[in-house]
Design a protein around this ligand. Structure first.
Ligand SMILES: [Zn+2]
Length: 69
């Protein structure tokens, strides 16, 4: 049986790796057809359709005020 702490550690490593990949490849981001969309979705990160800023789902964009709703 895998220990809970080991699982949480693995999740943290994977999330960090995904975030690093997103940070290193931000120039590839282009909204809905973003090359990195799958990774962003996996972390619950959405991209503002108006300005391209990272935003949380269901809230207004912190940069431009655009809302998904
Ligand atoms: Zn925006």
């Amino acid at each position: 049986m895998i220990e809970r702490a080991a699982l949480l550690g693995e999740i943290a490593r994977l999330r960090a790796a995904i975030r690093q990949t997103l940070a290193d490849n931000g120039h590839l981001a282009d909204g809905d057809v973003c090359t990195l969309r799958i990774l962003k979705d996996a972390l619950g990160i959405h991209t503002c359709r108006k300005c391209g800023a990272d935003m949380q789902p269901g809230v207004t964009c912190p940069e431009c005020g655009w809302s998904t709703t």
